[in-house]
Structures are given as structure tokens and as C-alpha cells.
Design a binder for this molecule. Structure first.
Ligand SMILES: Nc1nc2c(ncn2[C@@H]2O[C@H](COP(=O)(O)OP(=O)(O)OP(=O)(O)O)[C@@H](O)[C@H]2O)c(=O)[nH]1
Ligand SMILES: [Mg+2]
Length: 475
């Protein structure tokens, strides 16, 4: 990103399009001066007289000197007074603002023309357009947020489920950073002692005992391991789970999809081979998004369309977090059922014995032994609540409960934790084998640095660039 923290930046902070209100945000040392060019307080007082964190009614005006030459699509220069809109304006004095800098937010009506004109005037008055994520990046560079919190801002904006929002909010409040920081501080203590022992090997100074070093390292290792282990649940809570419904033709896959969606989304008929394509729809299960995929029933067939459908079924199956293998419980299992049960053996799956409203014919079958299963009727709805509970248990290791635990949701964090874990494992082994301090210190430092990458204590322009480029302008 160009420009230092001395620049004053501006951007439209609300989403593009028409809205009830729209906000232009300014951040940096010149925010008040720049805003004064376009804002006239109704009270008649200068902008600099506003107390921090108070809202003021104002007019937005085109300054007399401004030509608005290439503004898009400006009507012929506004007549009479050059009025653009009325607005509410708030000044947030540094450091009590999102960026920890002087911030002015101008809330006008949410038309793009007004907002773009306000930005243009702000740029002509000494600020520059903000780059993607630059407000949040400044919050990080100014020490208002650590890197994991800055990432949680983006997760909060992008959350589409309550569970995703909940984990993002916990991260934004610094829960992850606290645990990671604690482990890192312990490792830095270990490092200081190991390095001192190397430097002062001949002097009579007492350093941390071997056992104490091991204890601290094991404790840090347990925290890192625990956090890393939450990453699988974290991804599901943040992005939702991919659940694929499989089964031979006519067992009731589409009926199950419709029952879970509570709508007649997929065509259901008594003709085997009804579904020819994959159908994907989402449901909200206790705040977690479940992407349900109904597939074409798998069987040998010469029909070209059906064969393509079966190919797509196999692709969907590969990407699933959980497979629901539907069999028709009202008839004995067929070879197609048995082959499918063998094929999913090593995948996370649940067997759904459908058509429980009819007499049970499949259940004593040996092929079902060892599979977790559940009896339902897609037609009457019986057993569906039980199936939902089973989904919760199978999709995450701790159910959908996130309230009490820090959960890692970010791939970058998971990778850093993995590296920290590996390095710590090496370091522990070296200590136990009585290896030289130099060797131990390399691995302990690597682990501490990997943890530092999560919070941004250790960072590079490349990491920052990658993170903040995912943001939109105005964030
Ligand atoms: N009695 C009863 N019939 C059911 C039940 N579920 C589905 N059926 C019937 O089974 C037939 C097939 O249902 P579908 O949902 O189309 O089955 P499918 O597995 O999607 O079939 P394909 O798309 O051909 O692979 C239809 O006649 C449904 O009404 C159930 O729980 N009980
Ligand atoms: Mg179907």
C-alpha cells in the first residue's frame, strides 16, 4: 500500500448502491480540515468546535473554488447554493476511533452521486482515496487491533450464519490473540533462558531448571495443540458444512432434501432416476449453515444424461464433510445399496433408513452393521429431529457450541499453529535428548515466531498485503 500514516484517507464506507443512508469516512490528521471543505454545521460553528463523539446536523456543500470538472455524472453545476445534501456528522478524536486516528464520518442520504461527490471534494481538499482494507490496516498499525482481530472484522462483515458471526466476534474481542500471546510469551521466556545459558555457559548464574523448561514448553504445546484441533470445527462454523445425500435411485433422497428444506424443491416421483443433476440448497441448523446436496441415484445405466448426473454425484461426494447414505428400509437391501455402503466405509457418513412408515425389511441386514444409522420417514417427517441431532454430532467434535471455547476459523492461523506445533515438538525432543542449547533455541524461536504471525507481532509486508487486499475499499 502506498502512503504512510500521515496521509488522511477517505472512502465511502457503506455498500455501493442506493440506501437510506450512506457514510463517507475520513481518517488521519487532516480529517477535520478536509471535512470542513464540504460540511457546514447548521449551528454555524466551525467543524473544529465539535466535541468528540457527538452527532451534528449539517449541510453538505460544494466549496466555491471547486469545479467538479470530471465528476460523474454531475448535473450542470448546482444552481443557487451548491447544496449537495443534508447530513449528520461525527468527529471521533484520536485515539478513540476505529483507526486510533482522528476520524470524521459524514452520514448523508445513501445515493451514490452524493457520496461520490463528497469523496471527490475530500480528495481535492487534501485527502486521498483509501486502499482496500486501509482503515482496518491502520487500526492494526496503530495498535488498536492485533492481526487476528483485524481479520475478524472481515469475518464479521462476511458472516452468513449466526455461528460464523459468533466465532468472528469472539476473535474480534481478542480471545484467540490472548491465548496465542500467552503461549508465545511462555516460549519467549524459555528462549531467553536457553540463550542466556548458551552465552554465559562458564558463569555461575542459575537458569531455569531443565524440568521447569520442559513444563513450560509442554504447557505451551498443549495450548497450541488444543487451538489447532479446533480448526476443523471452526471452518464448519464459519463457512458451513457440505452434506451430500447419496443412494441408489428411488430410495427417497429428493424427498429427504425437501423434508429438510421444508419445501418441494426437488422433483419427487416413483420413477427411478428422477433426479439427473446435483441440487444444492442451504438450511440453517442451530445457526450453522448446512449446504445440502441432493444427487442422482447411482446405478448402472446407458442413459447419457443419467450417466452425467452420476458423474456429478461422485464429484459432489468427494467434497462432502458428511455423506447421508439413504437406503429404502421398506425393502431388503440391493447390491447397489451394499456396494455404496462399502464405498463410503472410510468416509464420514450416516446411513438413513428411509420409509419407516412402511414395514421394516432392511434392518437385520448384516451390511448395516458398524454403520451409524437412523430411521426416518421423509414422507411423514418421523425421525427427522433425530437425524438433525446426528448431523450436529457428526459434523463437529464439540457440537455447534462455540460459547465457551476459542475456535480457530482461519486457514492462515491453522497453518501457523501447525508450524508452531511441529517446531515445539522438535524442541521438546531436543530438550529431552539433552541436545545443545543452540538447537533448542532455533526450534523454540520458530514456534514463537509462528505464533507471532497470528497476532501480527511478527509480520511482513507480504502477509499484510495478502490479508488486507481481501477487504473492500472503505473497510
Ligand atoms: N412410503 C414412503 N415413500 C417414500 C418416502 N420417501 C420417498 N418415498 C417415495 O419414494 C419414491 C422416490 O422418491 P424420491 O425422493 O424421488 O427418490 P430419489 O432417491 O430422489 O430417487 P431418484 O431421484 O430417482 O434417485 C417416491 O414415490 C416417493 O413418494 C417415505 O418416507 N415413505
Ligand atoms: Mg431424486
Amino acid at each position: 500500500m502506498s502512503g504512510g500514516l500521515d496521509d488522511t484517507i477517505c472512502a465511502i464506507a457503506t455498500a455501493a448502491g442506493e440506501g437510506g443512508i450512506g457514510i463517507v469516512r475520513l481518517s488521519g490528521p487532516q480529517s477535520l480540515d478536509v471535512a470542513s471543505q464540504v460540511v457546514r454545521l447548521r449551528s454555524g460553528c466551525p467543524l473544529s468546535s465539535m466535541s468528540s463523539h457527538t452527532l451534528h446536523l449539517a449541510d453538505l456543500v460544494i466549496p466555491a473554488s471547486n469545479k467538479l470538472s470530471d465528476a460523474r455524472p454531475v448535473p450542470s453545476r448546482p444552481s443557487v447554493s451548491g447544496l449537495l445534501d443534508e447530513a449528520l456528522v461525527v468527529y471521533m478524536k484520536a485515539p478513540r476511533s476505529f483507526t486510533a486516528e482522528d476520524v470524521v464520518e459524514i452520514q448523508s442520504h445513501g445515493g451514490m452521486l452524493v457520496l461520490e461527490l463528497v469523496c471527490k471534494i475530500c480528495v481535492e481538499s487534501g485527502s486521498r482515496m483509501a486502499e482496500p482494507g486501509e482503515f482496518t490496516k491502520r487500526a492494526f498499525l496503530n495498535g488498536r487491533l492485533d492481526l487476528s482481530q483485524a481479520e475478524a472484522v472481515l469475518d464479521t462483515i462476511k458472516a452468513t450464519s449466526y455461528a460464523g458471526l459468533n466465532v468472528a466476534q469472539r476473535q474480534l474481542r481478542g480471545d484467540l490473540a490472548r491465548e496465542v500471546d500467552q503461549a508465545r510469551t511462555s516460549l519467549l521466556t524459555v528462549l531467553a533462558h536457553v540463550e542466556a545459558a548458551i552465552d554465559f555457559v562458564d558463569e555461575d548464574i542459575s537458569f531455569l531448571q531443565h524440568d521447569e523448561l520442559l513444563r513450560i514448553m509442554r504447557e505451551a504445546s498443549a495450548v497450541v495443540h488444543k487451538l489447532e484441533a479446533t480448526a476443523h470445527d471452526g471452518r464448519i462454523l464459519r463457512e458451513g458444512a457440505h452434506v451430500v445425500i447419496l443412494g441408489r435411485p428411488n430410495v427417497g433422497k429428493s424427498s429427504l432434501l425437501n423434508r429438510l428444506l421444508r419445501e418441494e424443491r426437488a422433483i419427487v416421483t416413483a420413477i427411478p432416476g428422477t433426479t439427473r443433476d446435483v441440487i444444492e440448497e442451504s438450511i440453517d441448523l442451530d445457526g450453522v449453515t448446512i449446504r445440502l446436496v441432493d444427487t442422482a441415484g447411482v446405478r448402472e445405466t446407458d442413459d447419457i444424461v443419467e450417466r452425467e448426473g452420476i458423474k456429478r454425484t461422485r464429484l459432489a461426494q468427494d467434497e462432502a464433510d458428511l455423506l447421508l447414505v439413504v437406503v429404502d428400509g421398506s425393502v431388503p437391501l440391493t447390491n447397489d445399496d451394499r456396494n455404496l455402503l462399502i464405498a463410503v466405509k472410510d468416509r464420514k457418513h450416516v446411513v438413513v433408513l428411509n420409509k419407516s412408515d412402511l414395514p421394516d425389511e432392511a434392518n437385520p441386514d448384516a451390511a448395516l452393521v458398524g454403520h451409524s444409522s437412523c430411521r426416518i420417514s421423509a414422507i411423514t417427517g418421523s425421525g427427522i429431529e433425530m437425524l438433525k441431532s446426528i448431523l450436529r454430532v457428526h459434523l463437529t467434535s464439540r457440537g455447534f457450541e462455540t460459547a465457551e471455547n476459542v475456535t480457530v476459523t482461519n486457514v492462515r492461523h491453522r497453518d501457523a499453529l501447525r508450524r508452531a506445533n511441529d517446531s515445539l515438538g522438535q524442541a521438546l525432543e531436543s530438550v529431552q535428548c539433552g541436545m545443545a542449547g543452540e538447537l533448542i533455541s532455533i526450534d523454540v524461536r520458530a514456534a514463537a515466531d509462528a505464533l507471532g504471525e497470528i497476532t501480527g507481532a511478527i509480520t511482513t509486508d507480504e502477509i499484510l498485503g495478502r490479508i488486507f487486499s481481501e477487504f473492500c475499499i472503505g473497510k
